[in-house]
Ligand binder design. Structure first.
Ligand code: PLP
Length: 439
C-alpha cells in the first residue's frame, strides 16, 4: 500500500507518521506466527495484544463465529436475551473463584474497567454510602483508555492531555531494582511493606470516601511487574478491614496467563469484582466480561425496586458472535489443557525463564523478570532518550522475524500458551542479536 492509501486511518497508540513512512502490515496468522505483506513469517511473542492465548486461526473458534453469524447475527440485550449469553455466563461463573458468580458483558477491557467502577459506586450507593466515590489505583497501572480507567491508571502519557476526572489516588508501583532485580517468579522482598502504603492513603482520604482499590494482579502494560510475595493478600486484608472493595483487573492475566484460569486463583486472593477481556475470545471477537461477587449483585439488583436496577450497558453487550467466539475459546483452552500449560513451575515457563535469564550480563540489560508466560527484559535508558530503548529492540526483533511489545526502556513478552521450546530458542537468539546491535 502506498502512503496515500494509508492516510485515512488514524491509528491508535501508534506513531502515525512513523508507521505510515514504514508500515508493518500483517496479512495472516496461524498458530504462533504472523504472515506479513512481504510474505515473512513473524513469531508472535505477545499473543497479539496479550489476547490470542490459544494461538492464531484456531478452526474451532473460526467455525463457531461463522456459524453464529448465519444463525443469529445480533440480538439486543436490553430487555431481551439469547440463550448463548446465559450459557456462557454459567460457564464463566463456574470457572471463577469465590463468589464471582455474576457476569456483565462489555466489548473491551476499557469498558470492563468502567463497568467495574460503576458497579462499585452502585454497590456503595445501594448501601447508603454514596460518599464513597474515590478510587485508588497504582502507579504504572493500566486500566484502559476511558475516563475512569485513565483516572485510576498510572501511566502519565495516557492522561496528561485529558485529565483524571474521577476522584483518585495511587499506590506506588512495586518495582524495586535494588531489592528484586532479576527475579524469577514473584519478587521476594518488600511485598507487605508496599501493600501497607494503602493504610497511609486511607488515613489521607478516610475510608468513608473510598469506593475501591483497583489493581492488576501482574502489572502488564506498565512494564510486567509480578506482585512481590505477600502483596496481594495484604491489600485484600486492608480493604476488608476498611469496607473498601477490591477490583482485580485481569484483562491480561485472565484465561491462562498465570497457569490458572485467573490470576486470583494462582495468587489465592479473591477480589469483589474482576474485569476480563482479551483472552476471553482469544482475541477473535471484541468482548469483555466483568465478574461481580454475589454480594455486589444482591445489593445493586436484589435490593432495588422493580424496573432497571443498573443504568449501564452497551448495544453490543453479549453480542452473539462474541459469545460464540468465547464459548469456542473456552472449549479450546479446556481441551488443549492451556489454562495450566504455562504454570510458573511447568516445563515451558521454566524453559522461557531460563532462556531469558541467560541474557543477564549482556550489555545494557538491567533486569529480567517473569512469571509463568509473561516476562520483560529491561534496558539501560539511552542518554538523552529515556524510554526509547524498548522501541529500538522491538524494531530490531521485527526485522529478524519476531513481534515483541515495547514498554519504554523494556520489552515485554506474553506468548500464546501453545508456545514450544523451539519458539523460545528462536526468541532468545533474536533477542541476543537485537541487544548486541544496540549496546
Ligand atoms: N486493563 C488492562 C489490565 C489492560 O492491559 C488493558 C489493555 O491492554 C485494558 C484494561 C484495556 O483493554 P482494551 O484495550 O480492550 O480496552
Amino acid at each position: 500500500m502506498n502512503t496515500n492509501e494509508l492516510a485515512a486511518h488514524w491509528m491508535p497508540f501508534t506513531p502515525n507518521k512513523g508507521f505510515k513512512a514504514k508500515p508493518r502490515m500483517l496479512t495472516g496468522a496461524k498458530g504462533m506466527y504472523w504472515t506479513t505483506d512481504d510474505q515473512r513469517q513473524v513469531l508472535d511473542m505477545t499473543a497479539g495484544l496479550w489476547c490470542c492465548n490459544a494461538g492464531h486461526g484456531h478452526p474451532h473458534i473460526a467455525d463457531a463465529i461463522a456459524q453464529q453469524a448465519r444463525t443469529l447475527d445480533y440480538a439486543p440485550c436490553f430487555g431481551f436475551g439469547h440463550p448463548l449469553s446465559f450459557e456462557l455466563s454459567e460457564r464463566l461463573a463456574k470457572l471463577a473463584p469465590g463468589n464471582l458468580n455474576k457476569v456483565f458483558y462489555t466489548n473491551s477491557g476499557s469498558e470492563s474497567v468502567e463497568t467495574a467502577m460503576k458497579m462499585a459506586l452502585a454497590y456503595h450507593h445501594a448501601q447508603g454510602n454514596g460518599g464513597k466515590q474515590l478510587f485508588i489505583g497504582r502507579e504504572r497501572g493500566y486500566h484502559g483508555v476511558n475516563f475512569g480507567g485513565i483516572s485510576v491508571g498510572g501511566l502519565t502519557n495516557n492522561h496528561k492531555a485529558f485529565g483524571q476526572w474521577i476522584p483518585n489516588d495511587h499506590l506506588s508501583h512495586t518495582q524495586d531494582l535494588e531489592l528484586n532485580a532479576f527475579s524469577r517468579g514473584l519478587p521476594l522482598h518488600g511485598g507487605v511493606e508496599k501493600a501497607n502504603e494503602l493504610e497511609k492513603l486511607i488515613k489521607r482520604h478516610d475510608a468513608s470516601r473510598i469506593a475501591a482499590v483497583i489493581i492488576e494482579p501482574i502489572t502488564g502494560a506498565g512494564g510486567v511487574l509480578p506482585p512481590p510475595l505477600g502483596y496481594l493478600k495484604r491489600i485484600r486484608e486492608i480493604c476488608d478491614q476498611h469496607g473498601i472493595l477490591l477490583i482485580f483487573d485481569e484483562v491480561i492475566c485472565g484465561f491462562g496467563r498465570t497457569g490458572d484460569v485467573f490470576a486470583s486463583q494462582t495468587f489465592d486472593v479473591v477480589p469483589d469484582i474482576m474485569t476480563t477481556a482479551k483472552g476471553l475470545t482469544n482475541g477473535a471477537a471484541p468482548m469483555g466480561a466483568v465478574l461481580a461477587g454475589d454480594h455486589i449483585y444482591e445489593a445493586v439488583v436484589e435490593g432495588a425496586g422493580s424496573g432497571v436496577e443498573f443504568f449501564h450497558g452497551y448495544t453490543y453487550s453479549a453480542h452473539p458472535l462474541a459469545c460464540a467466539a468465547a464459548m469456542a475459546t473456552l472449549d479450546v483452552y479446556e481441551q488443549e489443557g492451556l489454562y495450566q500449560r504455562g504454570a510458573a513451575d511447568g516445563e515451558i515457563a521454566r524453559y522461557l525463564e531460563q532462556g531469558l535469564h541467560s541474557l543477564k550480563g549482556l550489555p545494557g540489560v538491567v533486569d529480567v523478570r517473569n512469571y509463568s508466560l509473561i516476562a520483560a527484559v529491561e534496558f539501560e535508558p539511552r542518554s538523552g532518550q529515556p524510554g526509547a530503548t524498548g522501541g529500538l529492540i522491538q524494531t530490531a526483533a521485527w526485522e529478524q522475524g519476531m513481534m515483541l511489545r515495547s514498554l519504554g526502556d523494556a520489552i515485554a513478552m506474553s506468548p500464546p500458551l501453545i508456545i514450544e521450546k523451539q519458539h523460545v530458542d528462536q526468541t532468545i537468539g533474536i533477542l541476543e542479536r537485537s541487544i548486541k546491535q544496540h549496546f
